[in-house]
Design a protein around this ligand. Sequence first.
Ligand SMILES: [Zn+2]
Length: 287
Amino acid sequence: MLVSAKEMLNKAKEGHYAVGQFNINNLEWTKAILLTAQEMNSPVILGVSEGAGKYMCGYKTIVGMVEGMIEGLGITVPVALHLDHGSYEHAYKCIEAGFSSVMFDGSHYPIDENIEKTKELVAVCNEKGISLEAEVGSIGGEEDGVVGAGECADPAECKMIADLGVTMLAAGIGNIHGKYPANWPGLSFETLEAISNQTGDMPLVLHGGTGIPAEMIQKAISLGVSKINVNTECQLSFAAATRGYIEAGKDLQGKGFDPRKLLAPGTEAIKATVREKIELFGSANKA
Ligand SMILES: [Zn+2]
């Protein structure tokens, strides 16, 4: 049912497109993303942060929900369930709970310790057929209370981590989480190119996909980015559509207060955002 992200990302790297990782927060989010991926015949990665994991009552609840939904909705495109920015402890928790992919974010450790812990997880994940994402050079902005400085990763360090046998590598290239400030200098393609040259076939991951201009996304894909994380953008479109529904007073008309009605415009808005991203990333009809 759930698959590792390895095959879909290797195919993406080879075919010069990227697979979207869309973070989930609840049932509506998950349903919207799965239905859109199916409709567009695209592989998809569902991202779960530790905070969202806690919100959704633990990793086992999420595995149950996602697996049940894949069956109930008749989803046939490849779906990976992935821990986003996992700590060492939570990577193990997700492996145990049945996730098909995990990220171990050891970027805040000294490089030797990042290497040591990543190496250990490579062995565990290989044994279980789970894909593993590692990170070098922290990514700016705030995610679950972890604030990164938005640095550019050292290509030599990227090579050291890639050589451990991870499935995919996230490396800071000036990207940040959340909304981009007006004075953001843009992605460092020079860094990306240097990392790409050092890491060869390794699929590279671009975090903080919200608000990066389309032409920068396309250039990043051409330089080896094969997975792009989208989180904030779905939250913004969900919130705007829900605000529109309430401000129009629709919750006060008839049974407009029914959660299945109240949450419907937001769910549709997530679908529209996911559709737009799948088109931009080029993963439609690549399932
Ligand atoms: Zn991230």
